[in-house]
Ligand binder design. Structure first.
Ligand SMILES: Nc1nc2c(ncn2[C@@H]2O[C@H](COP(=O)(O)OP(=O)(O)OP(=O)(O)O)[C@@H](O)[C@H]2O)c(=O)[nH]1
Ligand SMILES: [Mg+2]
Length: 446
């Protein structure tokens, strides 16, 4: 199985871990994804789940890209406490309407699942309710698609009442169209907390009604939360607001901690932050509010974005966005695109933005990576490495972006003072516009 291309670097990071977090997550995955046995009892996953991944890329997608996407899916699975044993890839023009993969591939997966005692099959795309049912029937193990995996991770991370209600809403919205066949059994054993609580021992139609009622109730509840937080935000007055945005795991919380000297949970897992955190900061007597927000990801389910509206209001209402990028990630450029697209979706794309390229300590050109891995000499004939050097990259991005750009390492505290100064200059500009009578002397150099 291919490994994450930069996992080595990732392991060395300063992550703070919740003791026992993995156990809880795995337990929850077990609960949420537990499947009915034939006698009507349910498995509980006390042991670590083992999974296989399945991707159906179209025929034009480069192999390296496919593996990168699967790296991300595997990272998501690991975050949910599931160990991945194998990856299955089938190139198709479009996925099979009945079982997502073709007949032959399905038989291959089935044989492996039975032989290796696999308990979960994870698909890199969303499955239609009928595909999900058919696959469950064919493979007789838990079937998880990308949305469910992400929702499940969110469920384990949500702490505030708002975030929990948002996750619960996303869970029910996911569940509603799937309340047939096996899924209705599946829903029965769910109970407690923010996990996919089922509607009880009722028939499918009743189940549906119960779920719909619950969705309506949660929406009402979220409206109330919205009102409350709107009032709260109003009471903050005209203070300048800055939001950290970016792909998941790029270092937003680490930067938040550095800038606010606070202690926001940061770790080398996807979606460490689901609740947004707001801190009041003052640089050179210019006060502002900095909020750390939930990370974005490729194919983030739209429903999930919708249900996270309250959290995303922090972004929508910010005066300035600080877009953090993990420059060491092989597909950082695509990640920038995903973030910009998501900002468009939530109508926050036109805001002033600073781009912070983080993790410069971990940036490697391909030749460097090969040298490190002991493949010296492999690229001897090629004088240009396929990845530019950090200096080249800085020059390109400084020239091509409309927004101010800065390169930092939050972990090594490299260029953080410069980041602080850049931020202060921009915040001061907003502050000065809003309070023209205050004396602000930080606009030099603009
Ligand atoms: N090598 C390196 N690692 C970093 C740097 N900044 C942060 N990290 C690590 O990257 C991982 C993710 O950092 P977080 O701050 O949790 O990232 P995030 O963007 O808040 O992630 P989510 O909340 O999951 O979206 C952690 O293990 C950090 O220690 C850096 O400059 N260099
Ligand atoms: Mg975070």
């Amino acid at each position: 199985m291919a490994k994450k291309s930069n996992s080595g670097g990732r392991q060395q990071t300063n992550s703070t871990r919740h003791p026992g977090a993995t156990d809880n997550v795995s337990g929850r995955v077990g609960r949420i994804l537990a499947k009915a046995n034939k006698d009507g009892t349910y498995e509980t996953a006390v042991q670590r789940e083992t999974a296989v991944l399945v991707a159906v890329p179209d025929k034009r997608q480069a192999e390296a890209r496919t593996q990168e996407y699967l790296d991300e899916l595997e990272f998501l699975a690991e975050t949910a406490g599931v160990g991945v044993k194998k990856r299955f890839v089938q190139r198709l023009d479009k996925p099979d309407i009945r079982t997502f993969v073709g007949e032959g591939k399905l038989a291959e997966i089935k044989a492996y699942v039975m032989h290796e005692d696999i308990s979960v099959v994870i698909f890199d795309d969303d499955l239609s309710p009928s595909q999900l049912r058919n696959l469950e029937a064919e493979l007789a193990v838990k079937i998880v698609d990308r949305s469910l995996l992400i929702i499940d991770i969110f469920a384990t991370r949500a702490k505030s009442a708002t975030a929990r209600a948002q996750v619960e809403l996303a869970q029910y919205q996911y569940l509603l169209p799937r309340l047939t066949g096996l899924w209705s059994h599946l829903s029965r054993q769910r109970g407690g907390g923010v996990s996919m609580r089922g509607p009880g021992e009722t028939e499918i139609e009743t189940d549906r009604r119960v779920v719909r009622d619950r969705i309506a109730l949660l929406k009402e509840k979220l409206k109330d939360f919205d009102k409350q937080s709107h009032t709260q935000r109003k009471s903050r007055g005209g203070i300048v607001r800055v939001a950290l945005v970016g792909y998941t795991n790029v270092g937003k919380s680490t930067i938040m901690n550095l800038l606010s000297r606070s202690d926001v949970f940061a770790e080398n897992k996807l979606f460490a932050t689901v609740d947004s955190t707001v801190r009041k900061i003052s640089f050179d007597n210019v006060p502002f509010l900095l909020s750390d927000t939930v990370g974005f990801i490729r194919k983030l389910p739209t429903r999930l974005i919708e249900s996270f509206k309250s959290t995303l209001d922090e972004i929508r209402e910010a005066d300035l966005l600080v877009h953090v990028v993990d420059i060491s990630h092989p597909s950082f450029e695509e990640q920038i695109e995903v973030v910009n697209e998501t900002l468009k979706d939530i109508e926050a794309a036109d805001k002033p933005m600073l781009l912070v390229f983080n993790k410069i300590d971990q940036y490697r050109t391909d030749t460097e990576t090969e040298r490190q891995a002991g493949f010296e000499g492999m690229n001897e004939d090629e004088d240009a490495p396929s990845r530019p050097t950090l200096t080249q990259l800085q020059a390109t991005y400084m020239a091509k972006m409309h927004d101010p750009v800065i390169f930092v390492s939050a972990q090594e505290r490299e260029n953080i003072e410069e980041l602080r100064a850049l931020l202060t200059r921009h915040v001061a500009k907003f502050h000065y516009q809003r309070y023209p009578n205050t004396i602000v002397d930080h606009l030099d150099g603009e």
